[in-house]
Write a protein that binds this ligand. Structure first.
Ligand code: 13P
Length: 254
């Protein structure tokens, strides 16, 4: 059975105190209400990570993730944060190649391959994001785009290393827009990604891969999305900024 993972990507939101308050609420609700093996990952801004990891403590079904990292381990790279440093503040996951990083910070697949390596070398799990823009979908290039994002960012890995990767499919046109991919559209792309992985690494590795969906996931559409055979979790933006809606999405994953 592959792991089910719901991650909350807070993006650049919440002051430090607001982040601690939100985390405490989520931790209490997850403890009281979530009785499944679903893994819950909180991805606050860098500055909050150590404190949020402290609040989570040793709850087995919760962990922290960072939203980005740098390719190098240490050195004169002013303003950057390495995977090794993130490991030292208790991170277990790092989001790599979110579409906002690709769009606003010009991150390319070759760089993302190096970031993925840095995350894995430090014993953490990359959540590697892929997804097409609206133009790419309208011109029916989405499969091609996703294939190059996934293969150029990940397919240099050994099968063993790949076993620690999580993929998130986030169609750019569905992020923060209130427009969700239909369950059929999401399932189609998830099955396509699993097929690519199967061709490259074999059926067993493909079957063990967690593929999250992201893009306007809300409590009222989560159950249907998560009922699809190739959707193994969610990467949640807006709805992760509020404890009730986030935990309701976690509870939709069974
Ligand atoms: P929304 O859930 O706000 O659409 O954001 C999705 C996302 O980008 C998560 O990484």
């Amino acid at each position: 059975m592959r792991k089910k993972i719901i991650a909350g990507n807070w993006k650049m939101n919440k002051s430090f105190q607001e982040g601690l308050d939100l985390s405490s609420e989520i931790i209490n609700m997850v403890r009281d209400e979530v009785h499944t093996a679903t893994q819950v990952v909180l991805c606050p801004p860098f500055t909050h990570l150590n404190a949020v990891a402290g609040l989570i403590g040793n709850a087995v079904n919760m962990s922290t993730g960072a939203q980005n990292c740098y390719t190098e381990t240490s050195g004169a790279y002013t303003g950057e944060v390495s995977a090794a440093i993130l490991k030292s503040v208790g991170c277990s996951y790092i989001i790599v190649g979110h579409s906002e990083r690709r769009q606003y910070f010009a991150e390319k697949n070759a760089t993302l391959a190096k970031k993925t390596d840095a995350v894995l070398a430090n014993g953490m799990n990359p959540i590697y994001c892929c997804g097409e823009t609206l133009d790419e979908r309208n011109s029916e290039k989405h499969f091609e785009v996703i294939k190059s994002q996934v293969s150029e960012g990940l397919f240099h890995l050994s099968g063993e290393a790949f076993g620690n990767v999580v993929i998130a499919y986030e169609p750019v046109w569905a992020i923060g827009t209130g427009v969700t991919a239909s369950t059929a559209q999401a399932q189609e792309v998830h099955a396509f990604i699993r097929g690519l992985v199967s061709e490259k690494y074999g059926i067993e590795v493909a079957n063990n891969l967690t593929i999250q969906y992201g893009g306007s996931v809300k409590p009222d559409n989560a159950v249907e999305l998560f009922s699809q055979p190739d959707i193994d979790g969610g990467l949640i933006g807006g709805a992760a900024l509020q404890s009730r809606s986030f935990v309701d999405i976690v509870k939709a994953m069974n």
